[in-house]
Ligand binder design. Structure first.
Ligand code: PEP
Length: 258
């Protein structure tokens, strides 16, 4: 049984004091919810104060990006070692980074490797653009993104995948639960064909793209979907709480039924 996971990607939002306020608002509710890994990914500068704030809480902390070198003359970058002291998770290869910061499959791969090396759990984002989707190229694009130079069994056993169709991110136009389930099913099959059924059944695969408290149930009710990467809706404490609560209830019910 894969433990469901909901991760909030705060992107470039919240000052340090706003981030602290948001955590204070969500913490009591989140701490009452079991059976879901609850991860928040604030901007880098808020990681250290939030780490202190959530001591004794069940909330887990993640970063939104990292550089692949351990240290050195890379002005403005944040290394895996720096993050490992502060958090357990790191989002890698988000489509906004691939798009705005020209992150290639090779760079994303190096970042995944660097994160795994220091014990961070990468949340590796993959997904197709609208044009690729409309041209029927979704599976081809995902296969390419999953076939990074160093992908091996240990690679998939150490990370979490997030299927995020680019056309659904921040657009208010989510995929349907059925669409997302089918595509995530394809991803799992692909991993099984390359690395074996055992690893494919073990890896957690999230859906991301305009998830809200109103549509989370549609995704979480699907057997292949293990949780969600949530952008905009993770910045509202009550909405994030509702997403996590519904996930816990639905996956709890599904596991009792199976
Ligand atoms: C994201 O940032 O990964 C995301 C899915 O954003 P949103 O939920 O706002 O679409």
């Amino acid at each position: 049984m894969r433990i469901p996971l909901i991760s909030g990607n705060w992107k470039m939002n919240t000052t340090v004091s706003e981030a602290i306020d948001l955590v204070n608002e969500m913490r009591p509710g989140l701490d009452q919810i079991d059976n879901v890994d609850k991860v928040i990914c604030p901007p880098f500068i808020s990681l250290a104060p939030i780490k202190e704030l959530i001591k004794g809480s069940t909330i887990k902390l993640g970063a939104q990006n990292l550089y692949f070198e351990e240290k050195g003359a890379y002005t403005g970058e944040i290394s895996p070692l720096m993050l490992a002291e502060l958090c357990k998770f790191v989002i890698v290869g988000h489509s906004e980074r691939r798009h705005y910061f020209n992150e290639t499959i090779e760079v994303v791969d190096k970042k995944v490797q660097a994160a795994l090396k220091v014990g961070l759990k990468p949340i590796l984002c993959i997904g197709e653009s609208l044009e690729e989707n409309e041209a029927g190229k979704t599976e081809e694009i995902l296969t390419r993104q999953l076939s990074s130079p160093s992908a091996r069994i240990y690679y998939f056993s150490g990370l979490i995948l997030a299927y995020e169709p680019i056309w659904a991110i921040g657009t208010g136009r989510a995929a349907t639960g059925k669409q997302a389930n089918e595509t995530i099913g394809f991803i799992r099959q692909h991993i099984a064909s390359q690395y074996g059924k055992g690893i494919a059944q073990q890896v957690r695969i999230l859906y991301g793209g305009s998830v809200t408290a109103d549509n989370i149930a549609e995704f979480i009710n699907q057997p292949e979907i293990d949780g969600a990467l949530v952008g905009g809706a993770s910045l509202k404490a009550s909405e994030f709480l509702s997403i996590v609560r519904q996930t816990s209830e639905i996956k709890g019910r599904l596991s009792e039924e199976s």
